[in-house]
Design a protein around this ligand. Structure first.
Ligand SMILES: [Zn+2]
Length: 304
């Protein structure tokens, strides 16, 4: 189910109840660890292994189970953590709480966005008061995920800035409440931080590509600049070629990642919430590098 929205307001009103899905989507995926090579995957500087920390390819807070071991330095971890955390607390907050994902700090109470139970709130969400706080088993069992136009670079053009002209949302009903409670009709809000979200999707794609083919498998200079917040044109890299949902069965894993080579470019497909039939994000990672001997990338941090 896809709905378009104008981009004036970042907060989208969504109406929903329990939904008619016959089963709850899977919230697990297969675990896999990839060994790091003693350099930080973002700044490419060499470090003693003790100075590098593990990098979850898909965030731990999204039940991600793929890890690059000893792969990121503290400086880069801090930079990438800013937009990732912003996305986890905005677009990804409702899915995390409704699907009861793992949390490192369980003592810190995370609340779902307030909802409106008024009948008129969906028709006029701007003037509605969102004043009701509900626990996750009484909240509309519906997740919404932002969809963007196809990545500019994969469309053969680049935008000089980070303007997003169009956004739509994919909705997935999760089925009845986890405790079988009857859920009343309500209007909820989608908390949107589209740039933080898209950059987080780019980070997932990049980490997966590095895990599978290494930093020498493609020229990732541009996407590393994006991930280290040296540029902010995330929609040159990230988009949705197809807004339709994917097929899923009860055994479909929570998230699915694939890597492909298209017209000399390395492209990742990031299907977050694959088990809930969500559409796939496509991420441009950079031109393919043919052989390892050609990788002569200069690390800008080493230039005096
Ligand atoms: Zn680094």
């Amino acid at each position: 189910m896809v709905s378009s929205s104008t981009f004036n307001s970042h907060d989208l009103a969504v109406i929903g109840t329990g939904g008619n899905r016959p089963y709850r989507p899977s919230t697990t995926m297969a675990k896999k660890d990839y060994e790091g090579n003693g350099t930080c995957i973002y700044c490419l500087q060499g470090f003693e292994k003790n100075f590098l920390t593990n990098e979850h390819i898909i965030p731990y807070a999204l039940n991600g189970e793929l890890q690059l071991l000893r792969a990121v330095c503290k400086t880069c971890q801090k930079i990438t953590g800013i937009y990732e955390q912003a996305a986890l607390n905005a677009d990804l907050l409702v899915p995390r709480l409704l699907l009861q994902f793992k949390r490192r700090d369980k003592k810190k109470i995370k609340l779902l966005p307030r909802v409106s139970l008024s009948d008129t709130s969906f028709k006029d969400p701007i003037n509605a008061s969102f004043d009701v706080q509900l626990p996750s088993d009484e909240y509309a069992q519906l997740i919404s995920l932002p969809l963007f136009p196809r990545a500019n670079i994969l469309n053969g053009c680049r935008s000089a800035d980070s303007t997003l002209t169009e956004i739509s949302y994919f909705f997935s009903r999760l089925g009845g409440g986890p405790n079988g409670k009857r859920i009343p009709r309500m209007t909820t809000k989608h908390l949107a931080k589209p740039h933080a979200y898209a950059t987080t999707v780019a980070k997932i794609a990049y980490c997966y590509a590095v895990a599978e083919i290494g930093t020498h498998g493609f020229d990732g200079k541009e996407i590393r600049e994006l991930l280290l917040s040296k540029r902010d044109d995330c929609f040159n890299f990230v988009g949705n070629p197809d807004r339709e949902g994917t097929n899923a069965s009860p055994s479909t894993p929570l998230h699915q990642l694939t890597l492909s080579k298209e017209h000399g470019n390395v492209v990742a497909k990031v299907n977050l919430f694959a088990s809930a039939c969500a559409p796939t994000y496509e991420v441009y990672l950079g031109p393919e590098k043919i052989s390892q001997s050609e990788s002569t990338e200069v690390n800008p941090n080493h230039i005096a």
